[in-house]
Ligand binder design. Structure first.
Ligand SMILES: Cc1cc2nc3c(=O)[nH]c(=O)nc-3n(C[C@H](O)[C@H](O)[C@H](O)COP(=O)(O)OP(=O)(O)OC[C@H]3O[C@@H](n4cnc5c(N)ncnc54)[C@H](O)[C@@H]3O)c2cc1C
Length: 282
């Protein structure tokens, strides 16, 4: 089973090691595309593993500096030990953020399932008082996100706007896709007008066109926002936007812990099931 999933995974994941991520980053950079590198891992329950995850990010930051690639980093707080305890998580996280400051780099906080939202935001706001080289993903499927985006804008924090990848109950998330998309557009307008270089992180062409039109109509220059997409999705559009002079950043995941990430990508699209089945019978 894993072998078949592995075939599917190659489209979305750079490989198992840092070197794989760096090499994919170099390829994208050569097309004028920026990247954000993510070491896969989440819901760590052992302190030593969370410490090792932070160590891996520090080595990654070193290699980004040495190779001179145009890359920042993305991480999950549950990978830094949020399930073990807030202190463990903060200690690991701050070590990575301080190192990123040393090497003039930037750290994006991914947003995980609903049970982590408040904890992730609390830690983010606190750290943002001392470190301005951090930004955070906000999910438009969450009903609370309008309020969170408002607060992040007031704090001058950078936001990566995404639709959201987890299954959430209707008490906290919009069940209908059209409401998720509508909220994305609303939050995107607010971020483009008042936000600090927001990232519009979607592969939805209607929303990308809407962002371009809104920016044009409101005199918002290309340097005031960026588009972000995942590795392996809408590659032609990624290249086209970069060629047209927009900031385009691709999220590159790597590492042996790829199963939960791939499962989320798998669920996003029906035709991925056919892709998977084709590979099984290859
Ligand atoms: C840079 C970045 C960071 C992210 N970080 C987070 C995060 O921290 N937390 C979180 O919950 N989610 C995160 N996501 C995932 C996000 O929430 C969505 O699940 C994902 O981007 C799909 O939504 P969409 O906006 O592309 O719109 P959709 O409406 O889902 O898709 C639009 C179109 O994109 C294409 N597409 C979308 N997904 C796939 C796929 N898997 N395979 C092939 N084609 C596809 C299809 O053509 C589809 O019609 C991130 C996404 C990006 C781009």
């Amino acid at each position: 089973m894993n072998r078949f999933l592995g075939l599917f995974a190659r489209r979305y994941i750079a490989g198992e090691g840092r070197k794989d991520a760096i090499s994919v980053a170099m390829g994208l950079n050569s097309h004028g595309i920026l990247v954000s590198i993510d070491n896969l891992g989440e819901m760590v329950k052992i302190t030593g593993e969370a410490v090792a995850a932070a160590d891996e990010y520090i080595k990654l930051l070193e290699e980004i500096k040495e190779t001179g690639i145009q890359a920042d980093i993305s991480l999950k707080l549950s990978h830094m030990g949020l399930d073990i305890g807030e202190e463990v998580c903060r200690t690991n996280l701050e070590r990575v953020i301080k190192w990123a400051e040393e090497v003039n780099n930037f750290v994006w906080f991914d947003m995980e399932r609903g049970k982590y939202t408040q904890g992730t935001l609390d830690i983010f706001f606190d750290l943002h008082k001392r470190h301005n080289n951090i930004g955070i993903a906000i999910q438009s499927y969450l009903k609370r996100s309008e309020r969170d985006v408002g607060r992040l804008i007031e704090e001058g924090a950078r936001v990566r706007l995404v639709k959201g990848a987890y299954k959430e109950p209707p008490e906290i998330a919009f069940p209908e896709k059209r409401d998720v998309d509508r909220n994305f557009e609303l939050l995107m307008h607010d971020l483009l007008l008042r936000g600090n270089r927001p990232a519009i992180a979607t592969h939805d062409m209607r929303l990308i066109e809407a962002a371009l039109k809104f920016a044009r109509e409101n005199g918002i220059g290309n340097d005031r926002f960026e588009f972000q997409m995942l590795l392996g999705i809408k590659r032609t559009v990624q290249k086209r936007l970069a060629e047209e002079g927009y900031r385009m950043r691709v999220y590159i995941p790597y590492g042996p812990e790829w199963l939960p990430y791939i499962t989320r990508r798998f669920k996003e699209r029906k035709e991925n099931v056919f892709f998977f089945i084709r590979n099984i019978f290859d």
